[in-house]
Design a protein. Structure first.
Length: 139
């Protein structure tokens, strides 16, 4: 696929989502993403969403703009938008992991960031890429 891009962003949940609410979000995302040939992963720590979207630039930009207007989150912050050679999550229309700070502390290349007691919302592109790499190799 030419014109393959990814977007990595974080946002703050406007409330604590329960398992059923997260499953509803995932079901809708997976259905929409399959139709649009979008892949990615969503991480949720009970307060902050970290998401990777992969697909055609126009398509993922449009999804990102919709996410920015979604009332379930606030303070959406774009970390990375870049052209990529291949997908990190080719099999996942939307992978999901509820993750704890302890689990994030155990990821190589990421652990120093969280050991400094930093909030995932303040993540930088280098750490975001390390998280993508860690989760693309897992599961």
């Amino acid at each position: 696929m030419k014109n393959l891009w990814n977007i990595i962003y974080v946002s703050i949940a406007t409330k604590k989502f329960n398992k059923e609410e997260i499953l509803e979000i995932l079901d809708q995302s997976r259905s929409n993403n399959e139709k649009l040939n979008v892949t990615g992963v969503l991480l949720y720590d009970g307060h902050v969403f970290f998401q990777v979207l992969e697909g055609e630039e126009h398509t993922i930009s449009k999804i990102y703009q919709k996410i920015c207007k979604d009332k379930r989150t606030k303070d959406v912050k774009l970390i990375i938008k870049k052209s990529i050679e291949s997908r990190n999550f080719p099999e996942w229309t939307m992978g999901f992991k509820e993750i704890t700070k302890k689990e994030l502390n155990q990821l190589p290349g990421v652990n120093d960031f969280f050991k400094e007691n930093k909030f995932i919302y303040h993540i930088n592109p280098e750490i975001a890429n390390a998280i993508v790499t860690a989760f693309s190799l897992k599961e």
